[in-house]
Ligand binder design. Sequence first.
Ligand code: FES
Ligand code: FES
Length: 162
Amino acid sequence: MNRIHVNSTVNGDATQFLCDPGASLLDVLRDTLHLTGSKEGCGSGDCGACTVELDGEMVCSCLVLAAEAEGRTVATIEGVAEGSVLHPVQQKFLEHAALQCGFCTPGFIVAAKSLLDRNPNPTETEVRYWLAGNLCRCTGYDKIVRAVMDAAAELRQERTPA
Ligand code: FES
Ligand code: FES
């Protein structure tokens, strides 16, 4: 089968890869680019463990063809921290112990950051609705929601001019 040559920007870096026409973006991220933070839970768009941003929009990377990344920008969990400095959402997940096995965590963090980039002051209901596509079988969600609300508060404080 002829493979497709794709040019895209992944976490700010110009990136090229070859993929089969039917390969998912998740498969290429994990198996070709070795960005294994995005997880495959269901492979059918139901769990959110594979969440990434494509041109700034949240997508399930298991449902996107890798070839669709041509000329576009992909942001994964690996690009959320700045070097060794965690993003406030990551830091608050740690402080609130908002993870247990951690399998769902990359998807939740990408999704939560995406929410806070758009809405710096979400209500708890808005957080719960936004994260409704991300499933966690361990935590019961309350700690995750508290972590996101706390990260939002910290980000607002950081953005307030002194
Ligand atoms: S692996 Fe993509 S939504 Fe579950
Ligand atoms: S921490 Fe285990 S699935 Fe969420």
